[in-house]
Design a protein around this ligand. Sequence first.
Ligand SMILES: [Zn+2]
Length: 218
Amino acid sequence: MREKEKAVVVFSGGQDSTTCLLWALKQFDEVETVTFNYNQRHHKEIEVAQSVAEKLGVKNTVLDMSLLNQLAPNALTRDDINIEQKEGELPTTFVDGRNHLFFSFAAIYGKQISARHIITGVCETDFSGYPDCRDVFVKSLNVTLNLSMDYNFVFHTPLMWLDKAETWELADKLDGLEFVRRETLTCYNGIIADGCGECPACELRRNGLENYKARKEG
Ligand SMILES: [Zn+2]
């Protein structure tokens, strides 16, 4: 009998990480999720992550990363910083080192529970230029973490080369399109499901869904 393969999903309760969780549940024998609390503007994000994990019958662990806000003030945590992107610059939602730290902590947690598979929903296709969403960064960190703990982690990025329409398609293939649509939170204004409809995150999510539906019908 082969050994049980355990996995940890880096989980925010949004569309992307929920799709990754559905993907992981089909691939691995045991799946857990970790969610990072870094004093997000919308504390709701943590509640949504916990509720989605519970509905899918998966353990969720919330890790305190409030030091991130202390290190790098940003528009995701501070009301006095607006969400915007100036020409040729990273958007104000970018937080230096966020994925680097999150993935490292997820891996440390994973090793404690004998999980070697780490899954994240980062993506190069629709990304706003975040350097730590790049495939090369994830691969590089994977090697570094293996060396740092003398352990063979395998990072999985099922959404890396998908656009938002294809991410909806993947959720649909995993029989989770309606679940993802109804239960997840992507909106920068903290509104679940279809969201406020106005912020950049809602726009990206809605355009993706409309494009996917158009492709499916066409
Ligand atoms: Zn919104």
